[in-house]
Write a protein that binds this ligand. Structure first.
Ligand SMILES: [Zn+2]
Length: 284
């Protein structure tokens, strides 16, 4: 699927709302920009307490992919062991790969955890993979988190072997900050996929409706004030566009893909459908 070849449409009280469907690839310039913003927002909303950087030792394993395997294993063992030893602490993490100048992997980890001892982690990594260089520092502000993540991911986080470029533990977003964010961005719409770009949809709607663009969202409302009487799902000329009221807007869009009706009960944080693209909510 090419980026933004499709859009998703939902009925609102005023008429229709449509958004493009993004390809979501780090290789796509525009998507990468928004994935980057999303990653930074996730990092901040996880309310980290600590930055941790783990390294590899090229004298022991010069191949970057194999070194990343070793580093990932060591990290997972450390996390398991630390959680086991400190059952009362809910240790959560978001991690991002970075390729250094010589191509070797660094693992940058944002941690939400009580005090961690650098010497302990360094000794652990030395014993596991012969890489005692461990950097640890306390988080002081959200802007520091944003700067930290932005610095290490550059245009896109690096990829080693078949590991995810970045990921987070299951409860990373189990924070008051994220719940607050969600409360402000909860949307309940029934989305329907249409094989038409947002620009084309806007062109098709223009003769029949007043259209307005707000960044990546297209709003369409009828020219006429709402009529009394039964609400119709059909425009005078076109087929039904959405499952419920389309605001009386006559739209005939080819290749509707009704089997892909999307139920978005909330602005699924991990989905590619953003609710807003400003500030922290600049998240898809
Ligand atoms: Zn894209």
């Amino acid at each position: 699927m090419r980026c933004r070849d499709w859009c998703m449409v939902a009925s609102t009280y005023e008429g229709l709302m449509a958004r493009p469907v993004w390809c979501g690839s780090w290789h796509c310039e525009e998507c990468a920009e928004h994935k980057r913003a999303k990653l930074i927002a996730e990092a901040i909303l996880g309310q980290p307490t600590t930055f941790l950087t783990l390294t590899t030792n090229p004298n022991i394993e010069p191949d970057p992919d194999r070194a990343s395997d070793m580093l990932l294993d060591a990290w997972q063992r450390w996390l398991r062991q630390t959680r086991h030893n400190r059952p009362g602490d809910d240790i959560q993490a978001l991690k991002v790969w970075e390729a250094t100048k010589n191509g070797m992997p660094h693992l940058h980890v944002l941690l939400r955890a009580p005090y961690l001892d650098q010497r302990e982690i360094s000794a652990f990594m030395a014993a596991q993979i012969g890489a005692p260089i461990v950097d640890i520092r306390a988080v002081t502000s959200a802007s520091q988190v944003a700067g930290y993540v932005a610095k290490y991911i550059g245009k896109a986080p690096s990829q080693f072997a078949n590991h995810h470029r970045h990921d987070r533990t299951r409860r990373w977003l189990n924070t008051s900050a994220y719940r607050k964010w969600l409360a402000h961005h909860t949307v309940k719409y029934q989305w329907q996929l249409l094989h038409v770009s947002l620009d084309d949809l806007a062109l098709r709607l223009q003769p029949h409706a007043h259209t307005r663009r707000d960044r990546d969202t297209l709003f369409a409302t009828t020219h006429d004030p709402p009529r009394a009487g039964p609400i119709t799902n059909r425009g005078p000329t076109g087929p039904r566009l959405c499952g419920n009221d389309s605001g009386g807007i006559p739209v005939s869009v080819p290749q509707t893909h009704s089997s892909h009706s999307v139920s978005q009960n909330h602005a699924d944080y991990s989905s590619h459908c953003q609710t807003s693209r400003t500030g922290v909510s600049d998240v898809r």
